[in-house]
Design a protein around this ligand. Sequence first.
Ligand code: FES
Length: 507
Amino acid sequence: MPTVEFYRSGKLIRTAKAVDGETIYDRIKAEDLYIEAPCGGRGRCGKCLVQLKENGEKVRACQTVVRGDMTVYLPETMKMEIAGANDSGSASGYKGPLGVAVDIGTTTVVAHLTDIPTRTRLATASGVNAQRVYGADVISRIQYCADNGHETLTRLIREQLSGLILDACRKAGANPKDIKYVSIAGNTIMQHLAAGFSPVGMGVTPFTPVSLFGDEHPVAGIFPIADDAVIYYAPCVYSYVGGDITAGMLAADIENIPGPCVYIDIGTNGELVLKVGDRYFCCATAAGPAFEGAEIAKGMAAIQGAISHVKWSDDKGLELTVIGDAPPEGLCGSGLMDALAVMVATGAVDETGRLLDAEELDHGISKYLGKREGVNVFWLSKEHDVYMIPGDIRKLQLAKAAIAGGIQTLLHEAGIKETDVNAFLLAGGFGSYLDKNSAATIGLFPKCFLPHAKTIGNTAGEGAALALCSAEARATLANMMDKFTVVDLGEHKIFNEQFIEQIMFEN
Ligand code: FES
């Protein structure tokens, strides 16, 4: 059996026995180590790079079979800024009973320790979802469960939540055994995995979940809290509009917003809700991975070295904002959207999305157009080899067309026009960071939404906290469930038409 030594940040973190024929990625998973693997090991994203000591080569962990003893340098672990995770709490004693409000995102997990009687947040703990090693989006995770069962992913999220709960208790000086209630909001797949249900039925038509939740489960020893504690899961509408959306709508108090309102959460999926009267029309689009930087040549998560914002002016040219004030290594979602908006606004891409040659354009931006290994590129930083290729633009174009087409389809179903909408709420981590003007420029949503657009942050966790402390809030969630109309975009004639129409850019 070959021995693999794993190093991170210059330190030996694990010496492992590998099974002949397995990949480095297989061993990383088996050892519960962390690596970014957005495509779940299918060899498509090129993001699972590790360095081999033997020859100094950088290789894709999922495509490299262990042959003999090896020393592998893993990349730094991802430190992600998590919206809403740094809220200051109060550790000055509590009445109890305590509760924990949890937001399980596909990317990040946040737990708020709360004193239920006083509704006071005592402490917050958060981290990158430990299941991310198994793929960045829910489809990769479902695929893993279909091939291997869901037990590993269930174990990972439960262990992570237990750790976050203990961490929050430590920060607040609280006894975990005083925790009597846990309120969880996540998408339907994340809630299934936390509850120990298989999500596999949601990966194939007719996309059947085991449960739509909205109910309470005994803790049954899965978390280190009071033995008689109860876990509440926010209700899900269907497989692809889950408890994160219903909890987020509760936190946004959407019920009391007058007039038609669009609520949108772009994570690894794009979930859309249109409220008209007391009806909620909803749909989901598989739009997210591109906006998360997955499967984009220089795409990366919103971590140090990621270009998070791009601005263009005639006198200064391109101005980049890089997370952590570091040299740029790639672009995260908000940076990708800004860069594309600059290209659209300056004409560097035409309305079909074609990246022009420098000679075709009489504009200052043309100095950022060039070729790299024979392929047309848009240079963000030639010095640091950060660029976008036509394939990236295409993927972003398809993603934005899916969201924009989804919005138009919901408007059609509700029988209203886009100009009738008078509130536009952008929820979720990505919604908090994207530049609304850039999003409108690329046509992610109609330009007439712009004056009504409001970013509302990670509302799923806030909704889970409301449900934690108030039976009334839980009743509001339960009542909401009769008001949804699910719009299936798969076979929808209007969506198919709109999707094609929305692929175009308006220069
Ligand atoms: S290429 Fe290895 S995880 Fe995507």
